[in-house]
Design a protein around this ligand. Sequence first.
Ligand code: PLP
Length: 383
Amino acid sequence: MNLPHDPFRVARWRVNDTHFALREEIHAAIDRVLFGTMKTGYEVREAFEAAFAETMQQRHCVAVHSGTIGLFIALRACGIGSGDEVITVANSDISTTAAIRHCGAIPILCDVRASDYTLDPDLIEPLITPRTRAILPVDLHGHPANVAHLRTIADRHGLRIVEDAALAAGARDFGKPLGAFADVTVYSFAPLKPLGSVGNGAALVTQDADIHEQLRLLTYYGHAPGAPQSGHQHYIAEGYNTPLDPLQAALLSVKLPHLEAWTHKRRTLVQQYEGGLANTSAVLPGFRAESEPTFRAYTIQVPRRQAVYQALRDAGIEVVLHYAPATYRHPVYPSGLPGSQALRVTDRLADELVCLPVSPEFTHVEVEYVIDVLCRLLEEDDL
Ligand SMILES: Cc1ncc(COP(=O)(O)O)c(C=O)c1O
């Protein structure tokens, strides 16, 4: 069977190859949901939640529709509300700041580290005020933010940590899957994420039983767990209706056991990029010794970024600019956001970063092609 592929010679999305390789297991898992009872679908979702929690070495997991709604529910479950301040970054998807504002809270922007593009813990304390309630670090591109360091700061000031690991399933830090130092961690299963569904999805993981109860309440209408004897509904909160679709849970259950191997493959491809680009004018990311990223992409800094970006795409390489411009510069925030005047590194990175494609389906030949084209471009002066 010939599978359709994007027109790019090196496309970001080749997951249909993986799905094809796993098709018998996937069909069986989906058939079970389609031809089971309604309860079967719920059981499949619950089994996925249990398996995901175990993989991430967490006690609890609630699977939801998307990372965007997941961030909002996670913040609400941590008690974030009107007028509270949440310290976060501006180099992220709009979901990060939007989730904070949907709670009625105020995002306070903090700059990032130039080496791995994640929240700089050394800049946090001056931003803390009596209204600060939480820190929201982002593991951008699959690079672990230093949440262990943030935890010591958060504990000193009585703050919650909601970790945005939307792009980072498979990454580890200090020998543990991401989330070990946060109150709640949000993983996305949008199609291009390291563990992707074919629609939308996300998981919220936590060690805390009270937070878990709140996550469940908000995800399931605010309905109290356990039906009262009368058989009536019993709402104890105004919740939402946002659990993960059982069909996506079935697909993700088949894929989850492969996450470690795919993460390893991503790292091998990145080693090849590192070797091939070492003596060029590109600036490559650097990581703390404890940090074991997964690479949703290989994101590097290049001179004359816009010209390099266009030339790579013209050569059939599906590079993207994530995330540029910084969120506070978008029209949705006409007056910017608090803290946006002091984001020197964030602003520079937004002008210089380009995300090279990384996907476990790639062969080394594809990465070699990207390296060859990029090396030639970086040697040209008149791009
Ligand atoms: C850093 C980050 N956070 C949150 C999200 C939102 O996740 P979702 O697409 O599942 O809503 C994304 C999506 O790309 C993201 O990149």
